[in-house]
Design a protein around this ligand. Structure first.
Ligand code: BDR
Ligand code: CA
Length: 371
């Protein structure tokens, strides 16, 4: 099994990243570290512990507490319009944690020890919140960059000619970011952290980046919510009948809350993009276990036919404060430059097998139901 460490800030979509990482048969989740971001560190840590309890993994997977602010920036009040006050609003079914997070070992030390204990070239770090912890980890343990197999990040927005300008749904306004016109949330939360990851050549060559351009193709539509609620057999015929478990009701309540905030804030009505589990899915592309593989493509749809891989040099606009960004600066923007063929750099998948992704995710819920 592929060993992975998940750094996250749950977070509605982070919840599904945890579920996929904890229950995919090809993965072995070593531990979770919590990042500040969608809510205060206190809340994201509490949420992570509650999620593990809800999915029956609290006694198996340790949680460590990460940083509570960006590397070089003043603390920032997390926005509440997307994930609510708690960071995980929308359900009363979230249980109280049965196992508290570890309060003695700092998250980056725990992550480093766990990753280093694995055979070199096998383990992945996945980060789906602010990148403060991930950057601090490689700054403190630089040799880890050559030891791990890969780094998978959810963050950034490429826009322009890359794919669709994802949030450019307002006519005439080319908006590519979700937090600001230009910046995606995880990157703007700590632009220096993101820049330090992409600026590390050894790391960049083994980094996969899932930007909004891809995650906005993967919407938790009503059909998806029914699949998660009733399972594949019941999703059509039994619609409106009994959900298969309380866990499923909880997950779908979370998705309903997320759907509403995406409608209110962005006018996206088909369903909320489920960004974070895609960073886990990216490491499941190309695995031998075809049944549980989630194919990701360097190119969109049929455009990939006959094409070789593409790699990018990614840079981050770090100039400017959070306030400047809100006022229209490009702070937190990710810029991806296509590298000449054969050169190493960041992989930015532009498509994935979306049907397969939901199927595999649903099977993870089935496994969690059995616990
Ligand atoms: C990212 O920001 C957070 O709101 C989500 O959890 C995801 O990690 C999307 O921009
Ligand atoms: Ca997140």
């Amino acid at each position: 099994k592929i060993p992975i460490w998940l750094d996250c800030d749950p977070g509605h979509d982070d919840t599904f990243a945890i579920l996929l990482a904890a229950y995919h048969p090809a993965l072995r989740l070593l531990g979770i570290s919590t990042a500040w971001g969608n809510a205060s560190l206190e809340n994201t840590t509490q949420n992570a512990a509650s999620i593990l309890t809800a999915i029956g993994k609290a006694h198996e997977i340790p949680i460590y507490i990460g940083a509570n602010k960006a590397l070089f920036r003043p603390p920032m009040h997390p926005p509440t319009d997307i994930h609510g006050e708690s960071g995980l609003d929308g359900t009363d079914l979230l249980p109280k944690p049965t196992v508290p997070p570890n309060t003695t070992i700092p998250a980056i030390d725990a992550a480093a020890a766990a990753l280093k204990a694995e055979t070199p070239g096998t383990a992945y770090l996945v980060a789906t919140g602010s990148f403060t912890n991930a950057a601090a980890l490689f700054l403190k343990y630089p040799d880890l960059a050559s030891q791990i197999k890969g780094l998978s990040l959810m963050g950034g927005a490429i826009g322009g000619g890359f794919t669709n300008a994802v949030l450019g749904h307002v006519e005439g306004v080319p908006r590519i970011g979700n937090w600001t016109q230009y910046a995606e949330f995880n990157i703007l939360a700590d632009p220096e952290a993101a820049a330090s990851l992409f600026g590390n050549k050894i790391l960049a060559a083994k980094t996969t980046l899932i930007p909004l351009d891809l995650s906005h193709q993967v919407l938790a539509t009503e059909e998806v919510r029914n699949l998660l609620l009733y399972g594949p057999e019941g999703s059509k015929e039994e619609k409106g009948k009994q959900p298969k478990s309380t866990l499923r009701v909880m997950l779908v309540e979370l998705l309903m809350f997320f759907a509403k905030t995406y409608t209110d804030v962005f006018g996206i009505t088909a369903g909320p993009p489920l960004h974070d589990p895609l960073a886990v899915a990216a490491i499941l592309s190309g695995i031998e276990d075809a049944e549980n593989e989630i194919p990701c493509y360097d190119f969109e749809g049929e455009a990939q036919e006959g094409k070789k891989r593409e790699r990018y040099e990614v840079t981050v606009v770090t100039e400017g404060s959070y306030e400047d960004a809100q006022a229209g600066a490009r702070t937190g923007q990710t810029v991806a430059k296509l590298l000449p063929e054969g050169q190493e750099g960041v992989r930015i998948p532009r498509g994935l097998d979306i049907t397969k992704f939901w199927e595999v995710l649903e099977e993870c819920v089935t496994r969690a139901d059995e616990v």
